[in-house]
Design a protein around this ligand. Structure first.
Ligand SMILES: [Zn+2]
Length: 84
């Protein structure tokens, strides 16, 4: 088992967040993400931001989340995780 508080776990999970939001994921993986998010403020914040962005994109039309936004979120996670 990996430590759910470890930054690598967060980044690993981050890669799956968009799949999680789209529902393209099996039950076991969804549960793993839900458990982690309930315990990790950084990932919870990212999920909320991603959800809001996707909702806005859907209102605006059929677009994917911009790569720039995705990169920004990754930087944010790394920043939060590297804080003492
Ligand atoms: Zn996390």
């Amino acid at each position: 088992m990996c430590d759910p508080r470890s930054p690598s776990h967060c980044l690993d999970l981050f890669d799956k967040l968009s799949e999680y939001i789209d529902g393209e994921m099996d039950e076991a993986e969804r549960r793993e993400i839900e458990i982690h998010i309930s315990q990790c403020v950084a990932c919870f914040g990212c999920l909320e931001s991603l959800r809001r962005t996707i909702a806005l994109c859907k209102q605006a039309g059929p677009q994917t989340v911009p790569a720039v936004f995705s990169a920004k979120l990754q930087t944010m996670i790394q920043h939060i995780q590297s804080a003492p």
